[in-house]
Write a protein that binds this ligand. Sequence first.
Ligand code: TXA
Ligand code: MG
Length: 329
Amino acid sequence: MAKIFGDTEIDIVTVSKELRNGGIVAVPTETVYGLACDALNENSCKKIFEIKERPFIDPLIIHVLDISAAKDLAYFNDIAEKLAEKFWPGPLTIVLQKNPLVSNIITANRNTVAIRSPSHPLLRKLLAQSKIPLAAPSANPFGYISPTSANHVQDSLGDKIDYIIDGGECEIGLESTIIDLSDESFPTLLRTGSISTKEISKCINLPIIEIDTKNNLVAEGAPAPGLLKNHYSPHTPLILLDFNLPCQKKIDEQDAVVLFNKSNKQAISDHKNLFWLTEKGDLSEAAHNLYNLLRNLDNKNFNKIFFEKVPNSDLGKAINDRLEKAQNS
Ligand code: TXA
Ligand code: MG
């Protein structure tokens, strides 16, 4: 099992040395926990793919302290600069033309690299102390639900890594928004997240192209990164219900039902195994709770999980996107 360092026990200098020496450490971020290593160390980056059992065609995000550190890794343009100034540190990942310094392992042989500056204070301390960029995908086995607590990481990867830094529950609970700015004329949304296209579009005064995530193959035949159809999936079959519509599905005793809102009354509200995403009908609370609830239900031997979609407004779109991908088809 991995050693978990709590907030007060963590020795930033020692963990930074571990990272600088090629070690792999699970770290908290404001979105989900990441599995971090020195982004300039190819061997460590390869190990991350192996630990996650992630295919080498799926590139990694690099985490940096600030815009200046990002500029060592990628060619910035004006709109990238504007967005980074407004939303960093925070849950926005920007895809840009890469600097040759960045390994092809990280970018899966693309000429672009995904970068973000996270806001979690512990991770920022590590970035500041280690003075290296950190490659960090979400700290879960490939395809499974992302982790939002140190225990989630321990549960699914604890036997494969040595250290987990416990920075508490992730505040947001959903992965960052990814925007591709590698061609500045066509800002393209690659993954929804807590920063909406509306906010991004307003900041740069340009429309954002949204790719149809159901038609997700790029020209070379590889899955467009970030747009894989199945992802975030529990082992238990998950079936989506429409938001606030009468349920037409046959639900058995051995199934779990998750409604959006505690006070959301439906015909199935008297089901024995009933759960809800948020007490108050609040989308931020729903996002924060989503992966923890999915993981808990997945550990309980239900036959199926019936999950009501959430209202499809800004953050709700990101939650529904994850739920659709979690649906094992
Ligand atoms: O919130 C987050 O972004 C979290 C935390 C740990 O920072 N990280 C995360 O990483 O979600 P990961 O690897 O689980 O998801 C990153 C996504 C992948 O779907 C990958 O395909 C996409 O980013 N990506 C990475 N590099 C890319 C690139 N050059 N072009 C397009 N997509 C890229
Ligand atoms: Mg992931």
